[in-house]
Design a protein around this ligand. Structure first.
Ligand SMILES: CC(C)(COP(=O)(O)OP(=O)(O)OC[C@H]1O[C@@H](n2cnc3c(N)ncnc32)[C@H](O)[C@@H]1OP(=O)(O)O)[C@@H](O)C(=O)NCCC(=O)NCCS
Length: 183
């Protein structure tokens, strides 16, 4: 599937490019970002961004989009197929991060809403899943604002922290997304 550029009020979501590697490496080195993610290591190895971008090219890492504003990369939002992560619900999983300089301005809510606007009508299960660590209220609030509801508590693993972390598994149906006035 060719993934289109997705524009919203302030942002453009676009496919990632090899030239994004330096920005990805710069932002993923920040423990304030990686400690809330499952698989981003800390310290962030020199070639990790290039290796990850190569996987995108091969189409084996789900759909990942660069979040940009005025052509500057601010973060990434992506969707993994239901088979890529065992969260106990047969639904694709959304994940995201934003460089700290851009936090608290509603950018991620705008980016996730835009990606779901495009993606949910394509998804036969009409469900999305997300997992947020319990100590990440920003992400939990963001998901609730978009209509995600808690389905259960679990324990995830943060590679950056090197430990297990309590997490909340949340789910969104297309119907609820529409009820929230998001589509
Ligand atoms: C989580 C993250 C993407 C949020 O991005 P953001 O652009 O700052 O989020 P938004 O501004 O769109 O919305 C965040 C929501 O949390 C609220 N919030 C902000 N700071 C908060 C805090 N310290 N405690 C609780 N809620 C907070 C915001 O007010 C907003 O809710 P509201 O619209 O009801 O006010 C960003 O903090 C991030 O990249 N963190 C590191 C990586 C990460 O956590 N990824 C998600 C893994 S599940």
């Amino acid at each position: 599937m060719r993934i289109p550029d997705l524009a919203s009020d302030r942002l453009v979501l676009r496919p990632l490019r090899p030239s994004d590697a330096p920005d990805l490496a710069k932002y993923c080195q920040d423990i304030e970002v990686s400690k809330y993610l499952a698989v981003v290591p800390h310290p962030y190895p020199e070639n990790a961004a290039n290796d990850w971008l190569e996987k995108q090219d091969k189409g084996v890492a789900g759909i990942n989009m660069a979040i940009t504003r005025n052509d500057a990369l601010m973060g990434v939002v992506g969707i993994k197929a239901s088979t890529e992560r065992d969260v106990g619900i047969f639904a694709p999983t959304i994940g995201y991060w934003l460089a700290t300089a851009y936090w608290g301005k509603g950018f991620m809510q705008e980016a996730v809403r835009r990606l779901l606007d495009w993606y949910l009508p394509l998804e036969p299960t009409e469900k999305m899943c997300a997992a947020a660590f319990e100590d990440n209220p920003r992400s939990i609030n963001l998901l609730r604002n978009l209509g995600f509801e808690e389905v259960r508590r679990d324990t995830g693993y943060s590679v950056a922290r090197g430990e297990k972390v309590p997490e909340i598994i949340m789910q969104l149906t297309s119907e609820r997304f529409q009820q929230m006035g998001c589509a």
